[in-house]
Design a protein around this ligand. Structure first.
Ligand code: HEM
Ligand code: HEM
Length: 210
């Protein structure tokens, strides 16, 4: 079995020399597209269920929508933690050499902000639900993070909503095709997208960065 860490370390020390794999690893690409799928479902679901519940006095299937949102949110949290561990262990390809320094910095800030938010948003949601009492989506008994406190639940949901809206904005910056403010946006526009599932960034420089 290949020692991935050693391989990556080898790539890092071999800056400027040809190495086999200067793209995101297959695991990283899979993590990315699973995250996209889940977050792209989770956000509209959250926005819809709240408004549907308010408009119908929580008529069915509001409860099921809420339970789906809670379970999917926990799945995103687990995925984000696994993905972060994978990134810390394997590094990522070096920046596109054509980017200006400010574009590199902006792209790094955007990526780390997304990592932070896909961890913080579900954690606050979980905390908020815990303040409401037992946490049993679809009858599955799950651990709570705090004891019951309705006032804190309201506060925590306010922050959950705010952080979720921040996530929408940051992901918008990440994918906006006409924006040149992030490295990824440029890459998305580019036909040689190195991040497509199974794709490769053929012109990427032969290094990885942490
Ligand atoms: C990355 C994961 C998550 C995202 C992106 C997300 C996003 C959202 C969004 C956009 C809303 C609607 C806010 C509004 O307009 O009022 C919402 C509401 C809500 N979320 Fe999440 N959420 C996530 C994870 C979770 C988790 C893990 C839980 C609980 C375990 C949760 C529980 C709730 C609840 C109960 C509401 C309704 C709050 C209310 O009625 O005011 N969410 N979420
Ligand atoms: C919910 C939506 C999305 C989330 C949460 C997300 C998250 C992320 C994160 C955290 C990274 C940084 C990876 C790392 O450096 O470890 C990343 C990179 C990337 N994403 Fe996304 N992404 C989303 C949507 C998209 C979409 C729709 C596309 C393409 C159409 C895309 C294309 C890319 C590309 C090309 C990179 C690599 C950029 C680079 O090398 O700097 N992403 N994404």
């Amino acid at each position: 079995m290949v020692d991935m860490k050693a391989k990556v370390m080898g790539d890092r020390t071999a800056r400027g020399e040809a190495v086999e794999d200067a793209t995101y690893t297959l695991a990283q690409r899979r993590f990315h597209w699973w995250t996209v799928l889940l977050v792209a479902t989770q956000v509209p679901l959250g926005l819809f269920m709240v408004r549907y519940g308010a408009a119908t006095d929580f008529a069915e299937p509001t409860g099921k929508l809420y339970d789906t949102h809670k379970l999917m949110g926990l799945a995103i949290l687990l995925l984000a933690l696994a993905r972060l561990a994978c990134r810390l262990a394997q590094g990522v390809p070096a920046d596109e050499p054509t980017l200006e320094p400010w574009q590199k910095v902006t792209s790094h800030i955007t990526h780390w902000a997304i990592y932070a938010l896909i961890i913080v948003v579900p954690l606050i949601g979980w905390l908020a639900i815990s303040y409401y009492g037992p946490f049993e989506p679809f009858g599955i008994k799950l651990p709570v993070l705090a004891s019951q406190d309705d006032a804190r639940a309201t506060q925590a949901f306010y922050w959950h909503k705010l952080a979720a809206y921040a996530l929408i904005v940051v992901v918008g910056m990440h994918v906006a095709p006409l924006s040149s403010t992030t490295q990824s946006a440029g890459t998305v526009c580019c036909a040689a997208c190195g991040y497509a599932p199974g794709g490769s960034r053929e012109d990427s420089p032969p290094q990885r960065r942490p």
